[in-house]
Structure formats: C-alpha cells, structure tokens
Design a protein around this ligand. Structure first.
Ligand code: C2E
Ligand code: CA
Ligand code: CA
Length: 314
C-alpha cells in the first residue's frame, strides 16, 4: 500500500474510533458531560497512537536485516570444494543464509545486495565468521594439508582498518595449521584504489590467506587485475561451463580462460559443475579444483561432518 493511502486509512480509523468511543460513552448514565468527553478523547488518542504505530509501520528491510544480524539469524552453509584429480575435499566455501524464526532459509541473493549497499555486509560477515569459528573446529581433524575455508569479502571490508584483525580473530579459533583462510574477492563494481588494494592483498598473503578472484569473466572482471593484483586462484563462473555439453564456442572459451590462468601460474577452480561430462572435460584440462552440485550442494555443518568422515576413509 502506498504511504499516502496508509496515512489516510490510519486517520479514518482514528476518527471512526473517536466516534465509536463517543457513542459508547454517551450510553453510560454516570459518564455524561465532561467526563464522557474527556474519556472519549483519551481513548481516541490511545487508539490513534496504536494505529499510527502499527498500521503505519512500513516494512523496513534495512532494520529487519540489522535485527537479523544482531539475533544471529544469518547462518553459514558450507559448499565442498574438491581436488579435481582425486575428488578429495580441498575445503569449503561459506555461503550465507537467513534462517527466519518461521524456519525458512532465505537465499543470499535476496539480502546480500542490500547488505552490500548499506554497509551491513561488514557486521554480517563478522558474525558469519564467528559462527563458523564456533561450529567448524569440532568437526575438523588434522589433515595432510590445511582445510581451506573460503569467505566472500567485499573490497570495502578488505580495505577497512579492522580486516586483518577480523581474519586473525577467525584463524585463532582453530588449532594452529588446521585451516587456511581464503578471501574471495568479487568485483560488483570496478575496483577502486588498485594500488592500496594490492598492498592489502599482499599483506593478507603474508598472513597465509589465499586470495581468490571470484566469478572470473563476469561483471567488471578485468584481465588487468590478474597482473595488477596478487591473486592465487581464479574461480571460473558457472556461465562458462553451462553450454559445455553442446556447443563448441563454449569449449573454446573455457579453454581460453583456463590456458590464460595456467600461463599466469594461477590455480583454477571451476564453479557450478553439474555433470559428469563437465567433470571429464575439465579434468583433462588440468583444472585444479571443482565446486558444484555434481559433488555437493551447500550443506549445514552436520552434513559436512558426514562428508568429512567419508573423505577420511577414502
Ligand atoms: P557465489 O559466491 O558465486 O557462490 C556460488 C553460488 O553458486 C552459490 O549460490 C551456490 O549455491 C551456487 N552453486 C554452486 N554450485 C552450483 C551448481 O552446480 N549449480 C547451480 N545452479 N548453482 C550452484 P548462493 O549460495 O545462492 O549464493 C549466491 C551468491 O550470494 C554468492 O555467489 C555470493 O556472491 C553471495 N553470497 C553468499 N554468501 C555471501 C556472504 O557471506 N558474503 C557476500 N559478500 N556474498 C555472499
Ligand atoms: Ca564466492
Ligand atoms: Ca562465484
């Protein structure tokens, strides 16, 4: 309902409340004259305030999201990432969900854009990191190589004063050496202050954080960044492999991207892998890691524990 219509409705309701109160009190023999009038006015004001507070309360998505972050309703799911040659678990990408009190798990597509525009993404990500730090250590045991835990970070967060400390706080929640943090950076807008970003990313690498360029080939992804920024890994977006089964152009394009990444000595992860055809094709192209429904959808921590158990026995 438009704001104007809501106001008119509330005003009309308040006036109706005054009339009803007036009519009721005029029937009471003890409440004639001033006392009836005063009581009518008092009750009408109460009715008006209640109506204005509740009828006029516009849904405010910013406040709702802020409240959800505060109440720990933003929860992590984990999508496994596997080594392409052995199929063993390499790590996980942490993906946010909004667990509403009604028991619904809301997709990040409907709240991450608002979080990013409003700046709430920084407290949201911190809360998510804290929750992962609480639930993940219990299911991880020592492995030959550290378990890679990937988060999606905005460049605004990465370049904030607290970022390195946020990462260190996260890593400190695990026994030493058991995990390695990956920072997935995504260009929803062209990167600003590339020189400063380069410095921060290098500092993160010095703190043993892996830097991944997310959704490579989409959005503002720019080949220049591969040269300008210290990137360890590129994540090739699902759109590049969507047509892999049927069309030659898709194959040429994916070949080109993989060859270029390899020539720059970057590790390559392909996202959105769904079919055995894609797995076979990409395996012979020496892609390093796979992520996609063919292996697993994003799962809650208890399901991840089962997958880790199976992985340990293979
Ligand atoms: P993303 O970072 O590209 O994450 C991969 C998305 O692809 C996930 O969607 C995942 O569930 C989906 N996906 C993975 N494998 C497959 C597959 O085989 N087939 C199909 N159809 N989809 C697959 P999800 O979880 O809905 O996340 C959507 C986006 O929301 C993410 O895209 C990321 O950009 C954003 N996002 C999620 N969590 C966070 C967060 O904590 N922080 C920030 N900044 N962004 C987040
Ligand atoms: Ca990502
Ligand atoms: Ca991605």
């Amino acid at each position: 309902m438009a704001k104007q219509n809501v106001r008119i409705t509330a005003t009309v309701c308040s006036m109706v409340a005054v009339l009803i109160c007036g009519a009721i009190f005029s029937w009471f023999p003890v409440l004639h004259g001033w006392s009836s009038l005063l009581l009518t006015v008092f009750l009408a004001i109460v009715a008006g305030v209640v109506l204005w507070r509740y009828v006029l309360r516009q849904p405010n998505p910013y406040e709702d999201l802020e409240q959800a972050i505060h109440l720990n309703e933003i929860v992590p799911l984990y999508q496994p990432i596997v080594h392409s040659d052995t199929g063993e678990l390499y790590g996980v990408e942490v993906l946010a969900r909004w667990a509403t009190p009604e028991g619904e798990l809301v997709s990040p597509v409907s709240f991450i854009p608002l979080a990013e525009e409003s700046g709430l993404i920084i407290p949201l990500t911190r809360k998510l990191m804290a929750q992962v730090g609480k639930e993940l250590p219990a299911i991880l045991t020592a492995r030959r190589t550290p378990f890679h835990v990937s988060f999606n970070f905005t460049t605004a967060h990465i370049q904030s004063d607290t970022f390195i400390e946020d990462c260190r706080t996260f890593i400190r929640q695990f026994p030493p050496g058991i995990i390695r943090l990956t920072a997935e950076i995504l260009e929803r807008e062209p990167f600003e202050k590339v020189a400063a970003l380069k410095e921060t990313l290098a500092l993160l690498q010095a703190h043993d954080v892996t830097i991944a360029l997310d959704d490579f080939g989409t959005g503002y992804s720019n080949l220049n960044y591969l040269n300008a920024l210290p990137i360890d890994l590129i994540k090739i977006d699902k759109i590049f492999i969507n047509g892999l089964a049927e069309n030659n152009n898709a194959i040429r394009l994916i070949d080109l991207v993989i060859d270029m990444a390899k020539s720059l000595n970057l590790k390559v992860l392909v996202e959105g892998v769904e079919t055995s055809f894609q797995v076979d094709y990409l395996r012979q192209k020496s892609v390093d890691y796979f992520q996609g429904y063919f292996f697993s959808k994003p799962v809650a921590v208890n399901e991840l524990a089962l997958q880790l158990g199976k992985d340990a026995t293979t």
